[in-house]
Design a protein. Structure first.
Length: 236
C-alpha cells in the first residue's frame, strides 16, 4: 500500500529536478565507428602545418586512430579531427581514453569547443609525453597548465577527464584529480554552442608554440605518426 504512495512522489521529485536544470544528453561512444561524428575534411587553421583529411581517420575495434600523412595538397601534412554531432553541450563530466603520439611536434587532443577562442582542453604533445597540458581558452586568451604524468602517455591507454561546472573545472588522469581551476572563468553553456571533439595535428611553425609541442618533422624510420582514442563519454 505504502509503495503506491512513495513511487508517485519520487516521480514528482524527479520531474521538478529535471525542469529546474538544463537537459543535456549524455554521450557514450566506443569510437570504433564514426556515425555520430563529423569527420573534418579539407580545412585546418592556417597556423598549423596540416589540413584535416578524412583519409587520416581510421576506425578499428580498439577505437579511432588518427595518422599524419605527408601527401597533402594544401599544407605540408594531412592530419585529422572528429567532432561529435551532438550540439549545445553543457556542464558535466567529460572523459576519453587516449594513446599520445611521441613524435615531436604532434599534438593529441580532447576538447570541448564553442569557437576558436572558447575551449576546455586536454592536450598531449610529442615533445614530452610525460606531461599533459590542461587548458582553458576564454575571451581570446589561453590558460594552459602542464601536469606531470606518472607514466608515458605514448605507451598505452589512459583515461583523461575534466569536470566542468559553473565555477570551476577539475581535470583528472586515470580517475585521480590533477588540477582544479576556479581562477579562470568559462563562457556559460547557454551563451554559446559547445561541442566535443578530438584531433591530432602537427606544429611546424617554429615561432608558434615551439617549446610546447616542438617542431614536427615526418619520422625517417618508417613509423606512421598516430594518436589513438576510445571511450568518449559525457555525463551531464
Ligand atoms: C574545486 O574547487 C572548487 C572551488 O574552490 C571547489 O568547490 C571544489 O570542491 C573543488 N573540487 C575538487 C575535486 O577539488
Amino acid at each position: 500500500m505504502r509503495a503506491s504512495y512513495i513511487l508517485p512522489s519520487i516521480g514528482l521529485l524527479a520531474s521538478i529536478f529535471m525542469s529546474s536544470t538544463e537537459a543535456w544528453d549524455a554521450i557514450t561512444e566506443s569510437m570504433s565507428s564514426h556515425d555520430n561524428f563529423i569527420v573534418a575534411d579539407g580545412y585546418g587553421p592556417d597556423r598549423w602545418g596540416c589540413s584535416f583529411r578524412d583519409s587520416q581517420v581510421h576506425e578499428s575495434g580498439a577505437g579511432t586512430k588518427i595518422t599524419i600523412g605527408k601527401d597533402s595538397d594544401l599544407k605540408p601534412y594531412s592530419c585529422g579531427e572528429l567532432i561529435h554531432r551532438q550540439e549545445d553541450l553543457g556542464y558535466g563530466h567529460y572523459s576519453i581514453d587516449m594513446i599520445a603520439s611521441n613524435v615531436v611536434g604532434q599534438v593529441t587532443s580532447f576538447f570541448l569547443i564553442a569557437n576558436e577562442d572558447t575551449e576546455i582542453d586536454i592536450e598531449l604533445t610529442g615533445l614530452n609525453t610525460k606531461i599533459g597540458w590542461m587548458n582553458i581558452w576564454h575571451e581570446r586568451k589561453q590558460h594552459p597548465i602542464s601536469i606531470n604524468l606518472p607514466f608515458d602517455a605514448a605507451d598505452g591507454w589512459h583515461t583523461y577527464s575534466f569536470e566542468w561546472r559553473k565555477d570551476f573545472v577539475v581535470w583528472s588522469v586515470d580517475g585521480n584529480v590533477v588540477l582544479n581551476r576556479s581562477d579562470i572563468a568559462t563562457t556559460k553553456p547557454d551563451e554559446t554552442n559547445y561541442r566535443l571533439a578530438i584531433n591530432s595535428w602537427t606544429q611546424v611553425n617554429p615561432e608558434d608554440n615551439i617549446h610546447w609541442a616542438g617542431h614536427f618533422q615526418y619520422p625517417q624510420d618508417g613509423r606512421t605518426p598516430s594518436s589513438q582514442f576510445r571511450n568518449m563519454r559525457y555525463r551531464p
